[in-house]
Design a protein around this ligand. Structure first.
Ligand SMILES: Cc1ncc(CO)c(N)n1
Length: 227
């Protein structure tokens, strides 16, 4: 088993709860109510802010030029296609300027941003890659479940398409291979630290979806499956 597979397996059942979250099923069906899609995207823009800083830390801490180039390529996507998607979605959903730049943070967003900021400031390259991998791999995994026909509303359809395309898969494959490569050189303590970070980030992903329903946050996807 590779290091990345081991990290993911040890993060069950939360991992699968993220990938099979009801928010995702609603997204595929195009029936996330506008109010919840708005709050999800407003909060996610704040996630992306912290995530971009974390990508910068990966560029800074990488041990070789080819790795810096790979991460920089992803920075290019976040700052162009993904950013213009947010702007167009915010226009469509009538998001006021204050919520685009400085919204009140949900507890789930605040915790995720704190984890990313701590890792940006103090994490090793392995730590940084670990948190990046959770964020990208969970999104690839849920998006891979998308049905063939996209929902009619571009706000739903393009959010799926941003994470269900060959370039994104290629980036996540690279991140996994990079975590596996760096994992080879880690000692027991460092690996255990990566696992704790991986599990914490996976919990943050679950809390983030839970915060935008339809399951109330205190149920955390543990209730009976209502399909
Ligand atoms: C909360 C969250 N996790 C992961 C991604 C994808 O990087 C995202 N946009 N938002």
């Amino acid at each position: 088993m590779t290091f990345s597979e081991w990290l993911r397996e040890r993060s069950e059942p939360a991992w699968t709860k993220v990938v099979e979250h009801r928010f995702v099923d609603e997204l595929f069906a195009g029936c996330v109510p506008a109010e919840r899609m708005r709050s999800y995207l407003v909060q996610d823009y704040q996630f992306v802010d912290g995530f971009l800083a974390l990508l910068g830390a990966a560029v800074a801490r990488a041990d070789r030029y080819t790795s810096r180039l790979a991460v920089a390529g992803s920075i290019g996507v976040v700052t162009s296609e993904e950013n213009t998607y947010f702007q167009r979605a915010f226009d469509e959903l009538d998001v006021p300027e204050s919520d685009r730049t400085a919204p009140v943070l949900d507890p789930a967003t605040a915790e995720f941003r704190e984890l990313m900021a701590d890792t940006t400031d103090k994490g090793s390259y392995a730590d940084v890659l670990t948190v990046l991998l959770v964020a990208e791999w969970t999104y690839l995994d849920w998006a891979s479940r998308a049905p063939d026909s996209p929902p009619p509303n571009f706000v739903h359809a393009e959010w799926i398409a941003l994470h269900a395309n060959p370039e994104f898969r290629h980036w996540v494959d690279w991140l996994r291979a990079e975590v596996d490569r760096i994992g080879e050189g880690l000692d027991e303590r460092e690996r255990a630290r990566c696992l704790r970070l991986f599990q914490h980030a996976t919990r943050c992903e679950l809390d983030f979806f839970d915060a935008h329903g339809p399951v109330p946050p205190d149920v955390r996807g543990d209730g009976p499956d209502e399909g």
